[in-house]
Design a protein around this ligand. Structure first.
Ligand SMILES: NC(=O)c1ccc[n+]([C@@H]2O[C@H](COP(=O)([O-])OP(=O)(O)OC[C@H]3O[C@@H](n4cnc5c(N)ncnc54)[C@H](O)[C@@H]3O)[C@@H](O)[C@H]2O)c1
Ligand SMILES: O=c1ccn([C@@H]2O[C@H](COP(=O)(O)OP(=O)(O)O[C@H]3O[C@H](CO)[C@@H](O)[C@H](O)[C@H]3O)[C@@H](O)[C@H]2O)c(=O)[nH]1
Length: 438
């Protein structure tokens, strides 16, 4: 099939690359000319495990192409994915200006029937708005359908190629047939395509993300209570996760959820509920608990240093919002770094993938010393904070750490070490939802 993907951020690039891999002819359209130039010369603009290999194979074999021209990109396309940003507007609702802007431009460019797919995360009612914007100037028949994306950064290729499910919102039989053909190679392992009406599909995406944010936040609150009553949140996780009704995943307490999706999608769903006069109060709690959770370790850091970090050097391990990505959107590390810098601390930071993105931040980029490896960040540091659970931080050479750190103290926002180990090694160790060691 011939496909167009408009927007080559995370979702667009993974969608385009994976559908090229399953044998389709894909043209990706982006307004960012520099990015398009880069991709044309074989450079992948994001770090995502496993994607580069597919990207290079499919560009080299001519199935994956790039352009800045919408007209050129959609020429002859049977399917047009809209994978455009939907950032929070001032009132918290998803801003649809990118999607509706492209929809308006699409109308006069359509030359034959096409299925236009909302791949972005968009509020209930968006497909109707997209349809109306295209219809203003369209001269041919078309369908607009909702097909939300559930991939996680860091495991995006696996999630896309072997989805738990594919959700399609449409009542058009013609569009359903096209979707069945397109997704056949991905769902044949037995994971279903779930067809529903478009409003339900739009809502399913927000329900999934909000539910996972609730699950994490619930565990963060249990963790906070564990610290008060003297219980261990990791034991609680094991104790409840083995109940198949609860499930083992997304129960890890820490310094809050971040990323480009949970924060904005919880906010947008809350705004939708307000628009429909519904008080979705659990979402309000989730947002406010998560805000507090992100800087939860700061009071411990201050206590440890007698109330003042002025002039102290804090080593930070991990900047990305989670491992296996260079994405720093809403990363808890940034909230901690901003706070520590404001209080007069100096930051030495290491992350395997995300340092360049942090260095480019206007407010803090130039105030941080970035190091070539994890151990170099510890040289002359007064303490270590762990913000992202990259695997290499789990099994460091502790002797190397000791010879560099000024004090044997670790503030761990991701519970990467066992308490007994820390006890034995003589570290003062603060983590989340577990007792302080030494
Ligand atoms: N990032 C994820 O893991 C993820 C997962 C599932 C769903 N989503 C949703 O998918 C959507 C896209 O997210 P993302 O993270 O890929 O976005 P992104 O911000 O990384 O990328 C969006 C891309 O669209 C391009 N763009 C903007 N305006 C354009 C236009 N008029 N024409 C062509 N290109 C244009 C930008 O240059 C950019 O390359 C959002 O709604 C998001 O909520 C994201
Ligand atoms: O037990 C857990 C699991 C995750 N997190 C945090 O939650 C955030 C989000 O993690 P994850 O869901 O793995 O990453 P995303 O790539 O943001 O993926 C989410 O957001 C995407 C965009 O909508 C969806 O497509 C995915 O299904 C959904 O998992 C990160 O800060 C994690 O550190 C925890 O604190 N504890």
């Amino acid at each position: 099939m011939k496909l167009a993907v408009v927007g080559t951020g995370y979702v667009g690039l993974v969608t385009g690359t994976c559908f090229a891999e399953t044998g389709n002819q894909v043209t990706c359209v982006d307004i960012d000319a520099r990015k398009v130039e880069k991709m044309r010369s074989g450079i992948i603009p994001i770090y995502e495990p496993g994607l580069e290999e597919l990207f290079l194979r499919n560009t080299n074999e001519g199935r994956l192409q790039f352009t800045t021209s919408l007209a050129e990109g959609i020429e002859g396309a049977e399917v047009i994915f809209l994978a455009l940003p939907t950032p929070p507007g001032e009132d918290g609702s998803a801003d649809l200006k990118y999607i509706l802007g492209v929809a308006k431009d699409l109308g006069p460019l359509l030359k034959q029937y096409a299925v236009i797919i909302d791949k972005s995360t968009v509020p209930v009612g968006t497909a109707e708005k997209v349809r109306a914007a295209i219809a203003e100037n369209a001269t041919v028949d078309f369908d607009v359908i909702s097909n939300p994306e559930f991939l996680r950064e860091g495991v995006a290729v696996e999630d896309f190629m072997k989805p738990d499910r594919v959700v399609i919102g449409t009542s058009s039989e013609k569009a359903k047939a096209v979707m069945n053909r397109l997704y056949a190679p991905l769902v044949r392992q037995g994971n279903p395509i779930i067809f529903m009406d478009e409003r339900s599909a739009e809502m399913t995406k927000y329900a999934a993300n909000a539910f996972l944010a609730v699950k994490i936040t619930f565990m963060n609150e249990i963790a906070n209570l564990c610290e008060k009553v003297g219980a261990n949140v990791d034991d609680i996780r094991r104790g409840i996760g083995t109940d198949s009704r609860i499930g083992k995943r997304f129960l890890f307490a820490g310094i809050g959820y971040g990323g480009s999706c949970f924060p904005k999608d919880v906010q947008a769903l809350h705004k939708t509920s307000q628009d429909y006069d519904y008080d979705f109060s659990i979402l309000q709690s989730v947002m406010s608990v998560n805000e507090d959770q992100k800087t939860k370790l700061i009071p411990h850091v201050l206590d440890y240093f007698g109330g003042d970090v002025k002039g102290k050097t804090i080593a930070i391990w991990g900047l990305a919002f989670k491992p296996y990505t260079d994405d720093i959107r809403e990363a808890p590390a940034l909230y901690n770094i901003r706070e520590l810098i404001a209080q007069g601390a100096h930051i030495k930071a290491y992350d395997p993938e995300a340092m360049e993105n942090v260095a480019n931040l206007a407010d803090i980029g130039s105030k941080i010393t970035f190091t070539k490896d994890a151990y170099s960040a510890l040289v002359d540091a007064d303490a270590l904070m762990i913000m992202t659970e990259w695997p290499q931080f789990r099994t460091p050479e502790f002797e190397k750490m000791e010879s560099r750190l000024k004090n044997k103290v670790i503030f761990d926002g991701r519970n990467v070490y066992e308490l007994e180990d820390m006890q034995e090694k003589g570290y003062t160790y603060y983590s989340i939802g577990r007792e302080k060691v030494n």
